[in-house]
Design a protein around this ligand. Structure first.
Ligand code: A3P
Length: 304
């Protein structure tokens, strides 16, 4: 299919990818990944807050001796702290042995539910799925690609929007991605937690605690008294992360792609779509969401 990121998009198991290499990475992951029961898998569609939730989960899972002056997030990009699973093949990273005694690991993937490795489905590992309202995702994606040297073509905003509405976007159709994990979460609520970017913005403390509990690492009342929940939220805020030197300069190798580190930070707000989409465009996307997510109790509070 014609793509808006690269000249073509390639389909695998019903999902669109920007290159055949991306598909190879997914197949490799399907064949090699051996989760441990305590592992946590963060899953996001692109531009839904991956960088933010990588940081939050990393901070939750590595909070013994939490120190804001020496924290790993101060010196290492969240994308290096939390590996992107389907890129392991392209980065020559072997999966570590599934030693059940070592601490829980944290991985990230953009892969849709139907393409997750069977080993993940069969295991007890937890899946944290984050979605974001599609209007902000589209705007974020388009702006990201404007500065992305890996994109071979440059479509106009309107042309790209047209493609997005038809479901032609990397890891799209976006509604299938959300629907897949929504169904999984309804079936296995103890294994799949659904979070929304907008909810985490609105009530960070509540959703951070909920996430920690879900992955089996709840905050103790002692930790809460010490203000640890607040410290983590502050450390991982847009203002904090985007102003760190480690996230502002230089590039990052993401598998076969090289990306500017600062391209993961733009505005970090809910509702920026209002500055970019016409009323007609917004209405059209709302209708697509309504139609395709019909029947599930899933909606986005995307106005602010
Ligand atoms: P905007 O382009 O709307 O600003 P991803 O990490 O999945 O690529 O998503 C990138 C989006 O998340 C960008 O959205 C980026 O600004 C936003 N973002 C990055 N860090 C964030 C943070 N700490 N808090 C909130 N949003 C953040």
């Amino acid at each position: 299919e014609k793509g808006w990121v690269t000249e073509h998009l390639y389909q695998y198991q019903g999902c669109w990818y920007r290159t055949p290499s991306a598909i190879q990475g997914v197949i490799w992951m399907q064949e090699h990944f051996k989760p441990r029961p305590a592992d946590v898998l963060l899953v996001t569609p692109p531009k839904s807050g991956t960088t933010w939730f990588k940081s939050l989960l990393f901070a939750i899972m590595n909070r013994t001796q939490f120190d804001t002056s020496t924290h790993p997030l101060l010196t290492t990009s969240p994308h290096e702290l939390v590996p992107f699973m389907e890129m392991f093949l392209h980065m020559n990273i072997p999966f570590p042995d599934p030693d059940p005694l070592s601490p829980p690991r944290l991985f990230h993937t953009h892969t849709p539910f139907t393409s997750l490795p069977q080993s993940v489905i069969d295991s007890q590992c937890r899946i944290v799925y984050v979605s974001r309202n599609p209007k902000d995702v589209f705007v974020s994606f388009y702006c990201f690609l404007q500065g992305d040297n890996n994109s071979a073509i440059r479509l106009s905003f309107e042309e790209a929007f047209e493609q997005y509405c038809k479901g032609f976007s990397p890891y799209g159709p976006f509604w299938d991605h959300i629907l897949g994990y929504w169904k999984a979460s309804s079936k296995w609520p103890e294994r799949v937690l659904l979070l929304k970017y907008e909810d985490m913005k609105r009530d960070s403390s509540f959703h951070l605690k909920r996430t920690a509990e879900f992955i089996g690492q709840p905050f103790s009342s002692e930790e809460e008294k010490q203000g640890l929940v607040h410290e983590i939220i502050k450390l991982c805020s847009f203002e904090s992360l985007s102003n760190m030197k480690v996230n502002k300069t230089g590039t990052l190798r993401v598998g076969y792609l090289t990306v500017d580190k600062n391209s993961f930070f733009r505005k970090g707000e809910v509702g920026d779509w209002k500055n970019h989409l016409t009323a007609e465009m917004a209405e059209r996307l709302d209708r697509i969401v309504e139609r395709n997510l019909d029947g599930c109790d899933f909606s986005f509070d995307d106005s602010k």
